[in-house]
Design a protein around this ligand. Structure first.
Ligand SMILES: [Cu+2]
Length: 137
């Protein structure tokens, strides 16, 4: 499977985890491949998504290819915005890329996150495993 990113813009913005550890928040502006699909490769791990801000164009198909970092901690990625044509909740694997396809139909900013939580501890999202999908004209 081919996950192509023709161009990307990385904008480093300081982010802070609960433990004080600095992480880089990365922003990626998707470009449209020759076949008309916006493909974005993403990684999820403890406790982040990379990139954590993804900008896509409205009414153009999107293919997110999401891989989990190595390790035993389970992760997913969920975004619930059916009003914008986006609604998924998928487990992630470190051995294969999870491909998520949708076409955003409404401009806006939509948060996504890992919804896992271990017992009474903070959720993965609270620990930093969240991001936003920006749908633009
Ligand atoms: Cu997680």
């Amino acid at each position: 499977m081919r996950i192509g990113i023709l161009a990307l813009v990385l904008l480093l913005v300081g982010g802070t985890l609960a433990g004080g550890e600095q992480i880089a928040r990365k922003r990626l502006v998707a470009t449209i491949d020759a076949d008309g699909v916006q493909r974005v490769a993403m990684t999820g791990g403890e406790y982040y998504f990379d990139p954590s801000e993804v900008v896509v164009k409205v009414n153009v198909p999107v293919e997110l290819g999401v891989r989990k970092s190595e390790g035993m901690v389970p992760h997913n990625i969920a975004l619930n915005a059916p009003e914008a044509g986006i609604d998924f909740d998928r487990e992630l694997s470190s051995s294969e890329v999870t491909v998520i396809r949708f076409t955003p139909t409404r401009v806006g900013t939509y948060p996504f996150a890992c919804t896992h939580r271990f017992l009474f501890f903070e959720s993965h999202s609270d620990k930093g495993m969240h991001g936003v999908l920006e749908v633009v004209q």
